[in-house]
Design a protein around this ligand. Sequence first.
Ligand code: SF4
Length: 323
Amino acid sequence: MNAPLQTSDSSSAEPLNLLIAAPRGFCAGVDRAIEIVEKALERYGAPVYVRHEIVHNKYVVEGLKAKGAIFVKELDEVPTDAPVVFSAHGVPKAVPAEAERRNMVYVDATCPLVSKVHRQAERQIEKGRHIIFVGHAGHPEVIGTMGQVDQGQMTLVETVEDVAKLDFATEEPLAFLTQTTLSVDDTAEVIAALKARFPHIRGPKAEDICYATSNRQAAVKELAEDCDLLLVVGAPNSSNSLRLVEVAERLGTPGKLIQRATEIDPAWLEGVTTIGLTAGASAPEILVREVVDALAKLRPIRERTIKTTEERMVFKLPRQLTE
Ligand code: SF4
């Protein structure tokens, strides 16, 4: 376990350069999902049930619980007369179908960029192609996307080695799709391997990795080489946060994933002159500021934002919450 963060007189300590990545933190899909739960609480009153963590962040989940949201794993834990929200990661088709069968009020907070992949999957199946899906086994988004098609119509691959093990004839009609929160570089390698093995494979015109995931990775690439250490605020089950740590480490900069400032071990700062800071797409800015304040208690900091792009993406709320 890490040593608890000590409050000390930082004024005499060596200054610490702090490079903060921008963009970082909440994406448009996470903003929308949280607002959907809040609006559903206003419209239907508490409790509102939420199937799965609405986004992968404990602070956000606890905040919504305090307002009256109840988080469950499966739909059968929700009383039929209570409203339920489906998480930003998306759900298999069987879930809304079951909610309809039970005449339940449900609101789908699936990120529109995940829904786009769901529609692409349907189209590829209509065209008679088997889908190779690039993603991480067990992630809710992967379960949701694989659940858009019948069993046996989609095969999951995680790595280039998995591609080598695929047992399809070269001429078989195939298409590939990807999870939205993958490593841009790893995915490019897996897609290149797929194209090399199956030259006729079809894929989306632009990759399915979302703008928020690629922008946050690009921002880390911009500052990682100038840092001795990168801190990523995010949850251990947040795919895009884990990828940010990997991006830094691939550039030779050690990365640490932390959920809260209290997890910072002061020993990490020994010999560190410049530290980088970013946050995954489900981590709120308040937790980033908490980290900045904690660092400032350990060393005098010189804070600088390294901005690689401006994000203006906003997604509309479902009509049932705005009419
Ligand atoms: Fe949507 Fe990307 Fe955010 Fe996931 S990380 S909710 S796909 S915008």
